[in-house]
Design a protein. Structure first.
Length: 222
């Protein structure tokens, strides 16, 4: 295999192009062909922070990737999902089977955990992994997410497809436990996809949610 002529140093826009391409299950070659550009140029866009495609190229990529130029440039990064899509008049709410729920959870991602801290309820985001049908994450002792140890836990993950006015949500119920056994901690560290997004400083506490029940729903548009 020929070496990559572009050292990996992706910029924000390139990462968004690559992420959207992965979400659609398209190869780089497929997107390049549909956009009428060389695969090497698409690789340059995705992998080089200095890439600055013109408006015409961005419009074409946005159309091929079924998104918008604003989204590719990160203009909606700080806004909640669901601002663009509108409800379909023919939408149906469908219950997910347990296996479908686990499939939507995948092996990792970002979800929200409900906790009670300092006498107040809060819903906090955590980046999690699924290992042996348990949800695990790492946090700092004394932090909000750490409060779920020894308690009944509610954990939720969802996704919104604004272009198709579709989406799904999965709710996990279980009990939170602190993982302290050194061998178990080592095994988790070897298997998780990522460390905590806010950084590793003081986030040495592993929490496992043993799942007692899982349910979910999705919005289908015939």
């Amino acid at each position: 295999m020929a070496p990559n002529p572009f050292p990996a140093a992706p910029g924000d826009m390139g990462r968004r192009v690559a992420k959207r391409r992965d979400e659609l299950g398209l190869t780089r070659e497929e997107v390049a062909a549909r956009a009428g550009m060389a695969t090497s140029y698409l690789r340059f866009i995705e992998e080089q922070s200095t890439a600055a495609p013109g408006p015409g190229t961005l419009n074409t990529l946005a159309a091929v990737l079924d998104t918008t130029v604003v989204a590719l440039n990160g203009g909606d990064a700080d806004l909640p999902p669901g601002r663009i899509g509108r409800a379909s008049p023919h939408a149906q709410l469908v219950e997910l089977s347990p296996e479908e729920c686990w499939a939507h959870l995948g092996r990792h991602g970002v979800g929200r955990i409900a906790v009670t801290t300092a006498g107040r309820e809060a819903i906090l985001p955590v980046n999690y992994s699924v290992i042996d049908r348990s949800v695990v994450f790492r946090t700092a002792p004394g932090s909000g997410p750490a409060e779920v140890t020894g308690t009944e836990v509610v954990f939720e993950v969802d996704h919104v497809d604004e272009a198709l006015s579709q989406g799904w949500s999965v709710l996990v119920r279980g009990r939170g436990h602190r993982v302290e056994d050194p061998e178990a901690v080592h095994d988790l560290a070897e298997q998780v996809y990522s460390g905590p997004w806010p950084g590793d400083d003081d986030r040495s506490m592993w929490v496992r949610i043993d799942v007692d029940g899982i349910s979910g729903r999705r919005i289908d548009v015939p």
